[in-house]
Write a protein that binds this ligand. Structure first.
Ligand code: HEM
Length: 408
């Protein structure tokens, strides 16, 4: 459990759920299942009030309906419109039509060709982390902390054009914004201000730098919106978004995949024997261990699952719950690494569907491929305690494993 977080025990999940309840953070799936069957749109007064649909169809309805549900703030807790300044981070905090334009301008930077070009860098990051583990020679590693967490932050640093040597600072900010920030607003707010100040300085330096650059920061400086250069606020908000959106999410997914393989030897052995199956397995890991829950704010009276919702209400979008809906997935609680039909919602649904999904998939594929190549046999250390974060982004922060170099 996260330090300093104390919540009152939950007695009735349908009317008083708590995203930060220790049992929920450790394994939300049984709670989502009970809610889906008994109270498919749950409600709580906690954290300023939240609605929580758990059926895939209800999440699809909310994400498709941008007339009634706004993305003006997408945090699972925190300020609502009218409660103080909200961070604007286009396109994730924009509604159509602004969303359409601010998203479209970013698309070329995330094209398959651009992502493909990052493959060698990603592979070399994964390999150098593995070499460090091999050099230690003790046959032990933390697959989350020594490996998963470093890959996305190094890749996004290179994409944005900020120094990889600031990695620990970026990780600290992301932890404060996404892991602590949802329940300690002061910590999240302070980290947000620090990130914006950091990019403010980097952008000023870049404007004064005549050398050519091929990175996202330069791309944003040269991009146009409504036929004019992007405003300073727009550039800052988007840099903030790209740093925050790409790190914790992918770190969580790589960590979950390796945690699964460290605890399911048959799946591990099958992927070692059939590496062509890794992309299919990754989709299954994304489905069952989906890390991200988002939110919307109701902007006009509407109903959801028979409940009346009013402007200002917050609606959570637990994509992990949608991904276990038996209406959409056969035997949803079973992890089938060869599941062929798998239209999961880990990357969201509707117009805000993840812009970085190709990047995330590439990083996941390379991370798992390189790990299995180096450590075809590994297992969770006996008695190891795996700590999961939860709330906005869920994933294992520690996966202590024993490594064996040869297939076993
Ligand atoms: C496994 C890793 C990832 C997961 C599970 C994930 C999940 C999501 C989800 C659920 C959304 C929808 C947000 C909403 O509906 O409000 C989203 C949006 C977004 N993601 Fe990701 N994400 C991942 C990795 C990345 C990466 C690596 C980047 C790159 C920087 C990224 C950038 C974005 C952006 C820019 C949006 C906003 C898109 C829009 O508003 O149109 N994500 N992501």
């Amino acid at each position: 459990m996260a330090q300093g977080l104390h919540t009152e025990p939950v007695i009735d999940w349908a009317t008083d759920f708590d995203l930060f309840d220790p049992a929920f953070r450790t394994d939300p799936a049984p709670i989502y299942k009970a809610l889906r069957e008994q109270a498919p749109v749950a409600h709580t007064e906690r954290w300023g009030g939240q609605w929580m649909p758990t059926r895939y169809a209800d999440l699809a309805e909310v994400t498709a309906d941008t007339d009634h549900y706004s993305s003006v703030t997408v945090g699972v807790t925190g300020r609502k419109p009218g409660e103080g300044t909200l961070v604007t981070a286009p396109p994730i905090t924009s509604d159509p039509p602004e969303h359409t334009a601010t998203r479209r301008l970013l698309l070329p930077a995330f094209s398959p060709k651009k992502i493909e070009a990052l493959t060698p860098l990603t592979r070399s990051i994964a390999r150098s982390l593995i070499e460090e583990l091999q050099a230690r020679g003790d046959g032990l590693a933390d697959a989350a902390d020594d490996y998963a967490r470093h890959i996305p932050v190094r890749v996004i640093s290179a994409m944005l054009g900020v120094p990889e040597s600031d990695e620990e600072q970026f990780t600290d900010w992301v932890v404060r914004v996404l892991q602590i920030g949802p329940y300690d607003f002061e910590v999240g707010g302070q980290a947000t201000r620090e990130i914006l100040a950091y990019f403010e300085e980097k952008i000023e330096q870049r404007r004064a730098d005549p050398a050519p650059h091929d990175d996202l920061m330069q791309f944003l400086l040269e991009a146009t919106y409504e036929e004019a250069p992007l405003s300073r606020k727009h550039i800052l908000g988007t840099c903030f978004l790209l740093l925050v959106a790409g790190i914790d999410t992918t770190w969580s997914s790589i960590g979950s995949a390796l945690w699964h393989l460290s605890t399911h030897p048959a799946d591990r052995a099958r992927l070692v024997a059939e590496p062509d199956l890794i992309p299919t397995a990754i989709e299954e890991f994304l489905r069952v261990y989906s890390p991200v829950t988002m939110a919307r704010i109701v902007k006009a009276d509407t109903t959801l699952g028979g409940h009346e919702l009013h402007p200002g209400d917050r609606v959570l979008l637990p994509f992990p719950a949608a991904n276990r809906d038996p209406e959409v997935f056969e035997d949803p609680d079973e992890v089938r690494i060869d599941r062929r039909i798998n239209r999961h919602a880990a990357f969201g649904l509707g117009v805000h569907r993840c812009l970085g999904s190709n990047l995330a998939r590439m990083e996941l594929l390379i991370a798992v491929e390189e790990w299995l190549r180096a450590f075809p046999t590994f297992e969770l250390q006996p008695g190891a305690v795996v700590e999961w974060t939860g709330g906005q982004v869920r994933g294992p922060r520690t996966v202590p494993v024993r490594l064996f170099g040869e297939p076993g």
